[in-house]
Design a protein around this ligand. Structure first.
Ligand SMILES: [Zn+2]
Length: 427
C-alpha cells in the first residue's frame, strides 16, 4: 500500500513540529519532505491536522472490553475477586470477540501497538491477525492454586510463545500476573522463560497498598527489593502501575533500566491512592510509558485521556505547573515504548515503520500552528479526534470506517456476551 499524507503538521523527534508531506511505501516511511509529488493509492489531505507517531498502549487486558461497566464503583480487592470469578467462566469465543472490540476501539482512538496481559492469548492473537494492529501479547502466569486457566499457566505461556514466535505483527511474551498471585518459583520460572527466548516480560507491580504490606510482612522486603533479590529485574521488564515505591526502589528500577507504565485513569477509578513518583523515576533512569489498563477498570481505551491526566496529576500533586510538558508526555506514548519493544517505530523518520496516527476534526476549530501542535494534542484532544490510524503501512481506520471489519455485527455479538455476564453477576 502507498499512502501520501499531505500538508500535515508532523510531530518530530526533536519536538519542533514541521508542516511537511509524508510518503508511506510498503510498511515503511519512505520520504518526508516539503512537497512530495508521487502517485499513491491513498492521498490524505492533512492540512490543519496533526500527524503523530502511533500511540503505544503499554498495559491493557483487551479481551475484557466486553465487560465494561460490570466492575464500576468497586474497591480494588473486590474488583480482583469478582474479576477472577468471571474470568473463570469465559469461553475462548468470548475472549476473541472482546479482543476484537477492544482492538477496534484502540484503532479508532489512534493506538497502533498494544501490550496485553491475559490468558487465552491465542484468541487475542486471532483478533490481532484479523484486524492488523501490532501487538505484544503476554500470557498471564498465575500460581497453579489460584489460576482460572485450564492446564498449567507456565506451560500454557511457553506453548503460546513457541507457537507465535516470529510472526509479523505479534510478539508473544510471558506475563507473571503479580507478586500476590505468583509465588517465588513462578516469578523465577517466568523470568527464565523470557531469558530463554530473549523476550520482554511484564508484571503488575506495587499497584495497591495491601500488596506492599503483605510482601513486607512475609518477606521483610518491599516489592521491588523482593523482585531484585530473586534476580527478576532487567531492562526487558515492563512493570505496570508502580504506585507505591520508595526512593530506594526507584533507584533499583532505574539502575536495572526497567520500563514502568503509568495508568492514571485505572489507578484513580480503582481508588488505589497516592500518586506515581514520575519525576524521580525518570531522573533515576527508569523508562516511563503509559497504558490504559483494561476497559473493565478504565472504561475507555483512550491513550490521549491517560496522557493528559498523567501530566495534570503530577502538576497538581506537586503544585508545579511547569513539569511534564506535552513534549515529554508525547515521548511516553510514542518513542519510549520502543526502547524496550525494540523495533524502529515511534518516530516520524524515513526508514522507520509506518505506524502513524492523524488527529483532526474538532481541533480544526482551534488555530492549529506548528508551535502549539503538541499542546493541542495533549491538552485539547481525545481519542475521538483521531481521523486515521495506520499500522505497518496499512490504513486500518479512517473517519468512521474500519477496513475489513463489520463493526455493527461485532457490537451486536458483544452485546449478547455482555448481557450474559450481567446476568451472572446478578445471580
Ligand atoms: Zn492490569
Amino acid at each position: 500500500m502507498q499512502i501520501l499524507l499531505k500538508d500535515g503538521i508532523l510531530l518530530t523527534e526533536d519536538h519542533s513540529p514541521k508542516k511537511m508531506d509524508l510518503f508511506i511505501d510498503g510498511n515503511l516511511i519512505s520520504q518526508i519532505s516539503d512537497k512530495i509529488r508521487v502517485e499513491a493509492e491513498y492521498v490524505i489531505n492533512c492540512n490543519n491536522k496533526i500527524v503523530s507517531p502511533g500511540f503505544v498502549n503499554m498495559h491493557t487486558h483487551v479481551a475484557m472490553s466486553n465487560m465494561r461497566t460490570l466492575f464500576d464503583d468497586m474497591q480494588f480487592s473486590r474488583f480482583l475477586e469478582t474479576g477472577f470469578k468471571l474470568d473463570s467462566v469465559r469461553t475462548d469465543e468470548e475472549v476473541y470477540y472482546g479482543s476484537k472490540l477492544g482492538i477496534a476501539e484502540m484503532l479508532r482512538k489512534g493506538t497502533t501497538t498494544f501490550l496485553d496481559m491475559y490468558y487465552s492469548e491465542n484468541m487475542v492473537a486471532k483478533a490481532v491477525q484479523e484486524l492488523g494492529i501490532r501487538a505484544y501479547l503476554g500470557w498471564s502466569i498465575v500460581n497453579k492454586n489460584q489460576t482460572t486457566q485450564k492446564g498449567e499457566p507456565l506451560k500454557n505461556a511457553e506453548q503460546f510463545i513457541s507457537e507465535f514466535r516470529g510472526k509479523d505483527l505479534i510478539t508473544p511474551l510471558p506475563a507473571p500476573h503479580g507478586i500476590y498471585s505468583c509465588d517465588r518459583d513462578d516469578l523465577i520460572a517466568a523470568k527464565e522463560l523470557a531469558d530463554r527466548y530473549d523476550l520482554p516480560y511484564t508484571i503488575h507491580l506495587s499497584e495497591n497498598r495491601r500488596e506492599v504490606y503483605d510482601i513486607v510482612k512475609k518477606e521483610k522486603k518491599r516489592p521491588v527489593e523482593y523482585l531484585d533479590g530473586l534476580g527478576f529485574l532487567s531492562n526487558r521488564l515492563i512493570a505496570s502501575h508502580t504506585i507505591y515505591v520508595t526512593l530506594n526502589e526507584i533507584k533499583i528500577l532505574g539502575k536495572k533500566g526497567v520500563t514502568v507504565v503509568n495508568n492514571p485513569v485505572s489507578n484513580m477509578k480503582l481508588a488505589n491512592g497516592n500518586f506515581v513518583p514520575a519525576l524521580e523515576m525518570i531522573q533515576h533512569g527508569a523508562n516511563f510509558t503509559l497504558g490504559t489498563d483494561s476497559a473493565a477498570t478504565s472504561n475507555s481505551l483512550d491513550m490521549l485521556e491517560n496522557a493528559k491526566l498523567s501530566s495534570l496529576l503530577q502538576k497538581n500533586y506537586r503544585e508545579e505547573g511547569q513539569i511534564l510538558p506535552p513534549s515529554q508526555v508525547i515521548d511516553f506514548m510514542t518513542k519510549n515504548p520502543w526502547k524496550v519493544l525494540g523495533k524502529n517505530s515511534g518516530i516520524l523518520k524515513e526508514g522507520a515503520l509506518a505506524d502513524i496516527t492523524v488527529i483532526g476534526e474538532s481541533i480544526s476549530q482551534i488555530p492549529l500552528r506548528k508551535e502549539n501542535a503538541e499542546n493541542i494534542l495533549i491538552y485539547s484532544s481525545n481519542g475521538n479526534d483521531v481521523e486515521q490510524t495506520i499500522v505497518n503501512g496499512k490504513l486500518l481506520y479512517s473517519q468512521g470506517n474500519y477496513y475489513g471489519l463489520n463493526i455493527e455485527e461485532l457490537r451486536e455479538k458483544n452485546k449478547e456476551i455482555f448481557n450474559h455476564y450481567s446476568s451472572l453477576m446478578n445471580s
